[in-house]
Design a protein around this ligand. Structure first.
Ligand SMILES: NC(=O)c1ccc[n+]([C@@H]2O[C@H](COP(=O)([O-])OP(=O)(O)OC[C@H]3O[C@@H](n4cnc5c(N)ncnc54)[C@H](OP(=O)(O)O)[C@@H]3O)[C@@H](O)[C@H]2O)c1
Length: 241
């Protein structure tokens, strides 16, 4: 029995897309602010995003020059840099691709600035990348020998190390699908944006890639709250348990 809850908090179009042209539409700005407002209402101690989302919205695709670090073996053991932070940003980055430059969220993401970064890695990550994370004070957790991570193990460890009992899972679609497949999503907090994206290759709320998604997950409606500009805030509880 796990000792924490996972709430998947997302904004989506009427056709179930979490990405695409509608994110840039003038009318979307209100929903983007509402997304942060609702995040604040939950006031989570920790939130999680996939590698692609962090690369797009936080590290902006930057690559770190790792050549200044020697390729000396660093044991694949968890590294905890800060357990006294008020909030934690958790990245699922199995290969160590994200170009972090500091141990906390930088000031250009004002709403989350200063939150301590924890990254979840596999053991295939390079020694130099680990040396870099240590140098800038990012905590890291190992959750698998190869690229496909054991997300239950990751959250079990993080909840213990950092005393966290509630996680907000905040996309994108592939990471959401991975957590749902692992039976880890307890609640959905959905901002329904009254727009249609329509492009078939834009990411949906839950994506599975090569993963085989077995369970049909039902949800019970807990709350419907109208938002301005014809939007809705929906809360569903998972019927998994
Ligand atoms: N509307 C919203 O509320 C909202 C919120 C967040 C994001 N988004 C949008 O979502 C889009 C990105 O979504 P996405 O689905 O393409 O990417 P994503 O979920 O952010 O990241 C996917 C990546 O996470 C890693 N990953 C996922 N499952 C894993 C597992 N089981 N084990 C190990 N690693 C795993 C993989 O990294 P590697 O490729 O490195 O192996 C994978 O490619 C962005 O455009 C963003 O703007 C929208």
């Amino acid at each position: 029995m796990k000792s924490y809850r996972v709430i998947c908090h997302m904004a989506m179009s009427l056709d179930g897309k979490i990405d695409g042209n509608y994110l840039g539409a003038t009318g979307f700005e209100y929903f983007s602010k509402e997304y942060e407002n609702i995040h604040e209402k939950y006031n989570p101690k920790a939130w999680i995003c996939g590698r692609v989302t962090f690369e797009k919205d936080i590290t902006y695709g930057k690559q770190i020059d790792l050549s200044k670090y020697p390729d000396t073996f660093i044991p694949r053991e968890d590294f905890i840099a800060d357990t006294s932070a008020t909030a934690y940003a958790i990245a699922i980055d199995p290969s160590g691709k994200l170009g972090w430059e500091q141990g906390t969220i930088a000031e250009d993401y004002e709403d989350r600035q200063g939150e301590h970064i924890i990254t979840v890695l596999s053991e295939i990550v390079s020694n130099q990348y680990l040396a870099h994370l240590r140098a800038i004070g990012i905590s890291y957790i190992f959750a698998g020998k190869s690229k496909k991570l054991d997300l239950t193990l990751a959250l079990d460890k993080i909840s213990q190390y950092f005393n966290i009992n509630e996680f907000m899972l905040e996309g994108g679609g592939y990471i959401n699908g991975s957590f749902l497949s692992a039976g880890l999503v307890d609640e959905l907090s959905l901002i329904l944006v009254p727009m249609i994206e329509g492009t078939s290759n834009s990411v949906s709320l839950f994506e599975y890639g090569e993963n085989i998604f077995q369970p049909v997950v039902g949800f019970s409606l807990e709350k419907v709250e109208p938002l301005e500009n014809n939007g809705l805030w929906l809360i569903y509880k998972s019927n998994f348990q």
